[in-house]
Design a protein around this ligand. Sequence first.
Ligand SMILES: [Ca+2]
Ligand SMILES: [Ca+2]
Length: 258
Amino acid sequence: MTMTEFRRVTRTAAMIAFLTTTCGWNAGFAMTARVQEEKPAEPAAQDEAPKTGEKAQADTKGLKPIDLKLPRPQFKGTPKNAPPGTNLEPPRKGPRPAFLAPEGVTNVARGKTPLPSDKDPIIGETKFVTDGEKEANEGTYVEYGPGVQWVQIDLGKPMSIYAIVFWHFHQSARIYHDVVVQVADDKDFVTNVRTLFNNDHDNSAGLGLGSDKEYWETYEGKLVDAGGQKARFVRLYSNGSIADDQNHYVEVEVWAKE
Ligand SMILES: [Ca+2]
Ligand SMILES: [Ca+2]
């Protein structure tokens, strides 16, 4: 190969590389733009839900499993058949993987005084929500009235929240409806409201359409990844269950740090 031929070959290779990169980038850009265009508009009441769980868990540097203590299981497995009208998550094999969070993250909800929408519970007391008792015995849960009800916890100051874990009821397998978990900067949930979980797929609770799945209540409770969101107030909604119209809590834990 002469020097002229060598230069020509090098120039051609450089041109091909340039075109591939440019066209590839353009194609990728066009696709991103199209996907964004096709994305349906979010309902107004639905706040942006951070989906940082997988990313956060993938980077395990400096993270350690939270010291989550589970109550004793009351039944084995969950029913095979989903009740009509439910929108269940696929069954998981084995226990829930450990949840990783930065050093110093603890259950800051423990012992706090929760505020419920129903000030006159049918059974039990609101203090049961944060008293640390999670076993499925009689006298360990609070029962609020029918329909959409909420209970909220004031952390006392804004904190970085990593996980919210809650047990509605686990004496028997149940599915609670319209489970919504939000955090906010104020007690009235007006300022900087963020929805971390919403499985109300038909907006029957009126908080916006949720894309999360319904689930069977078990001794593991439900763990919602909060992705380190900074907030002072945590609120949990539900709207009855497949068992009855009432709303129950055995315990709510908020794993956070300042
Ligand atoms: Ca309790
Ligand atoms: Ca619903």
